[in-house]
Structure formats: structure tokens, C-alpha cells
Design a protein around this ligand. Structure first.
Ligand code: ADP
Ligand code: NG1
Ligand code: MG
Length: 460
């Protein structure tokens, strides 16, 4: 198996007869009156296990989906104009100077093009070049948006790849993933990098055990008969529109710092549990017990925390809070920490089971435990996700919410193709049948999936 981190993104000749590519090319010519020079494809992902642990420095186990963001591009050799259009009319066109724009985030869901600008800005900041080329860009996506399958990061990562290729910057997959992860923070969410890592480092046929510092991707072969089914609750959750996601990031950082202080460490250096665990040279289980003993069960107030850390309110703000979490008053530290540490233990167990030909029944137990913890301790589920997981449970299928939660999709583990077909039928009967007819285009709502490859470029 290739070491996928230190090589460049594959550039192939444009395949003929691929419907979505052909349609995008046609729309591009209609939109801009010229042929696209190249296409960029970046997949969405499903995280099999390891939710809300990446930003705490712990490994995750995602795989890439068939659904993707496709971008058609023509480099503008004479101007520095960046033109962005989308085949979906709900996403309005936008243009700006590629060398001078700002990403201003207001209330509610950010406009789609701002995700693209994140990737462009990331590459510009990374490069020493003073002038970037203008580009004509047309985007087409079929990843269900705001549903935990990482449509946002596929779009940001596609922008990073589009911009670096247009400007002849040779960045390896690892750098592209890191730049994309960092640049998505401009949209407001402080993610840990899982989505952008799998977008670039995915390989067909296996999930990837993604670890950090340095970023590595180790292929994990899933049990031969296993079929992963994704079911969309159809309740969307745009992560940049609320502060739910960033609140969890804050709670994890504060919890970590308080434990570090209790151990006599310079707490400011420890905002990720994985870093603290390394420094203390203890196991995940031991850190879990420490968190359970040190952190109190009830919510912490702002004054509790500043008094424990012996800092002023403004120093606390500067160290831990972002623009959309600056008004946080209550901090649930113990439950959040316990989830992260238990979930990370489950990731290890899941991978060990995959490596030792463990049973689907044992893997399913871990999936169920993960969901329970996300629902109860991390409080990032949604009644509709719980309903889908409940139906799965009754049918004997282990399932869990995937992605950040608060809506979106579940991922369920079936023991064979036949089992997955019956399970999909069950979900249609018990969950989807009662929804309005208009929503029942099932192809992209409830489907079996298998691990796909990462980002690619197609050039003429
Ligand atoms: P996800 O869980 O899918 O990553 P996010 O809330 O992080 O959800 O991001 C969803 C946002 O990404 C959408 O509201 C939209 O702005 C953007 N997006 C997703 N898919 C597309 C697309 N095909 N074209 C344009 N923008 C898209
Ligand atoms: P989604 O649901 O795709 O937005 C988010 C984060 C991940 C990770 C998961 C939870 C971003 C871009 N993505 O994913 O890094 O923390 O939640 O495991 O912030
Ligand atoms: Mg996202």
C-alpha cells in the first residue's frame, strides 16, 4: 500500500462518458463561453468511529464517499479576477479580485462561496508568491449539505487544490490537507482536520486510521462482508450557523487545562487531551480516571474557571474563546472529557478488531456505545438521529450519528449485502414513509457505501 501522505494528488486525463463531468463541462461553456482547462474532484466522507476527538488530538477512522464536489476551472492569464459559479441555482455567483478579498462572517449560515474563499486564502497565505492568477470556476456537488458528510470540507479542499494547481504550486497531499483544515477555520468552525485529511489521503477499498503530529493515514481493511449504510435524518445542521460545535471545542480545551493545572503543569501548553496524555505519560484509561476524579459533574461557571486557573476574565476570553463563543457562561467539562477519552478508546478497539478479524457483532457494540455517549455525554445528537438509531437497534444493526451531529446522518454497520438491503427497506418503512413525498428521492438519502479514493485532478 502506498504511503499516501507525501505524494502529490493524482492528475489523470479527463475520462470520457462520465455524466457529471460531461454536464459540468457543458454548463461551464454556457457560463463562461470557453472550455474548462481542468477539473478537481474531492469526496465527502463518513466517519466510521471517533467523533469529536480530532480537535483533542486523537485519531479517527473515516472513509471517503462516492459523493463529491466537482469543480471545473479555467485559469485567467490576463486578469486577477476570481469568478465563482455553481450549477445549483440556489448558490448565487460571486466574483472578487483573487489577491484582495476578505471573508466576513455574519449571522446565520455563511454564503457558499465563502467556503471556497477559505481554501483560496489558505493557499495564498501558505505561498510566498505575491500575485495569484485569476480563475473562472464552476462548482457541482452531490454531497448532502449540512448533514455530517463533510460537504463543507470537500468544498474548501477543492478550492485549495484548484488554487494551488492553477498557480503551479506543487503541494503534497499532507500539506494540502493541513492547509485546508486550517483555512476552514475562517468560516468560523474550529475543526480538528479529519475531513480535510480523508479528502486528500483516502484510498479505495479501505478506511483510514488518521493520526496527527505528524499527519499520517494508515489503511484499515474493514471486515470482508461488512456493509456501511448511511441514512440521512433530513434534518440539516449548518455548523457555522450556530456556536454548538465551537462550544464543545472550548469545553474540551478548558477541561484539559484544568486537569493539567491540577497536575502541576503549565496549563496554557495543554489544550488537547492527547498532548496532556503524552506529557503525563499515562494511558487513555488513566487519563479517563483522572478526568473523572478532577472535573466536577456539575457545570462550571465562568468565575469557577478563572478562579481555578488563577486568571482574569479577559485572559480567559483571549485564551479559550472565539467570536461566537465569547458569551459562554456554563461549561460542562466532565461529560465532554469522558466522551472524548472513551470514544478514543473505542477507536483503538475498533481498529484492533478490524486487524484481528473481529466480529461485526463486536464492532456494532462499539458503534452503539459511541452514539449513546454522543447523545448523553456530548449532547450533540438530535431526536431524529436517535429515532434512526433506535430503528436500527430494533433491527439488530449497530448505528451511530456521524460527523458533528445536531442533525444530519447516521452510519450503520450491516453484516452482508443482503442484510443491508433489508435494513434499507426497514428504514424506508419505519422512518421515511411518513415524510412528505417530495423528500423521497432515496438515492442520496439512504444508501450503502464503500471506501473511495481521495482528491483527484482531471486535465485535458
Ligand atoms: P457538512 O456536514 O455537510 O460539512 P456544514 O454545515 O459544515 O455541513 O457545511 C454545509 C455548507 O457547505 C452549506 O450550507 C453550503 O454553504 C456549503 N456547500 C455544501 N455543498 C455545496 C455545494 N454543492 N455547492 C456550494 N456550497 C456547498
Ligand atoms: P462535520 O460534521 O463534517 O462538519 C465536524 C468537524 C470535524 C470533526 C467532526 C466531529 C469541521 C470542518 N469538521 O465535521 O473536524 O470534529 O465534526 O467528529 O469542523
Ligand atoms: Mg462541515
Amino acid at each position: 500500500m502506498e504511503n499516501s501522505t507525501d505524494i502529490s494528488v493524482k492528475v489523470s486525463t479527463l475520462p470520457r462518458g462520465v455524466k457529471r463531468l460531461d454536464e459540468l463541462r457543458k454548463y461551464f461553456i454556457e457560463e463562461y463561453g470557453l472550455e474548462p482547462e481542468y477539473f478537481v474532484k474531492v469526496p465527502g466522507r463518513v466517519n466510521i468511529i471517533g467523533e469529536h476527538v480530532d480537535y483533542c488530538g486523537y485519531p479517527v477512522l473515516p472513509m471517503a464517499l462516492e459523493q463529491n464536489i466537482l469543480v471545473a476551472v479555467s485559469v485567467d492569464k490576463y486578469t486577477t479576477k476570481l469568478q465563482l459559479a455553481n450549477v445549483n441555482p440556489k448558490y448565487k455567483s460571486f466574483e472578487c479580485d483573487v489577491n484582495s478579498f476578505e471573508i466576513v462572517i455574519g449571522e446565520g449560515s455563511p454564503e457558499w462561496y465563502k467556503y471556497f474563499l477559505c481554501g483560496v486564502k489558505g493557499v495564498i497565505e501558505h505561498s510566498s508568491s505575491a500575485e495569484f492568477q485569476g480563475m473562472k470556476v464552476l462548482v457541482s456537488g452531490n454531497i448532502p449539505p449540512a448533514s455530517g458528510l463533510s460537504s463543507s470540507s470537500a468544498l474548501v479542499s477543492a478550492a485549495t487544490l484548484t488554487t494551488s494547481y492553477a498557480n503551479k504550486l506543487s503541494l503534497n497531499k499532507q500539506r494540502l490537507a493541513e492547509i485546508s483544515a486550517k483555512s476552514e477555520w475562517y468560516i468560523g468552525t474550529q475543526g480538528g482536520g479529519m475531513d480535510q485529511a480523508i479528502a486528500f489521503l483516502a484510498q479505495e477499498g479501505c478506511a483510514q486510521f488518521i493520526d496527527w503530529n505528524p499527519l499520517t493515514a494508515t489503511p484499515i481493511t474493514l471486515p470482508e462482508n461488512a456493509v456501511f449504510v448511511i441514512a440521512n435524518s433530513l434534518s440539516q445542521a449548518n455548523k457555522a450557523a450556530t456556536n454548538d460545535f465551537n462550544q464543545r471545542v472550548v469545553e474540551c480545551r478548558v477541561g484539559c487545562s484544568i486537569i493539567a493545572k491540577s497536575q502541576g503543569l503549565l496549563w496554557k501548553k495543554f489544550i488537547k487531551f492527547a498532548t496532556l496524555q503524552k506529557e503525563l505519560d499515562i494511558s487513555l484509561d488513566q487519563l479517563h480516571d483522572l478526568a473523572n476524579n478532577i472535573l466536577k459533574k456539575d457545570n462550571y461557571t465562568l468565575s469557577d474557571i478563572v478562579s481555578i486557573l488563577q486568571i482574569e476574565d479577559n485572559e480567559f476570553q483571549e485564551t479559550f474563546l472565539s467570536s461566537n463563543t465569547k458569551d459562554m457562561q456554563a461549561f460542562n467539562l466532565r461529560n465532554r472529557a469522558l466522551h472524548v477519552l472513551q470514544e478514543s478508546i473505542r477507536v483503538q478497539k475498533f481498529c484492533d478488531l478490524c486487524r484481528s478479524s473481529g466480529s461485526i457483532a463486536d464492532l456494532s457494540v462499539l458503534m452503539r456505545q459511541s452514539h449513546l455517549s454522543l447523545n448523553v455525554q456530548y449532547e450533540c445528537s438530535h431526536p431524529k438521529l436517535n429515532e434512526l438509531v433506535g430503528i436500527s437497534d430494533k433491527f439488530g444493526v449497530g448505528a451511530r450519528l456521524t460527523g458533528a451531529g445536531w442533525g444530519g446522518c447516521i452510519v450503520a454497520l450491516c453484516e452482508s449485502k443482503e442484510h443491508s438491503q433489508k435494513f434499507i427497506q426497514e428504514l424506508k418503512e419505519k422512518y421515511y414513509k411518513k415524510l412528505p413525498e417530495s423528500e423521497l428521492n432515496f438515492e442520496n438519502v439512504v444508501f450503502a457505501t464503500s471506501p473511495q479514493s481521495g482528491a483527484e485532478i482531471f486535465a485535458n
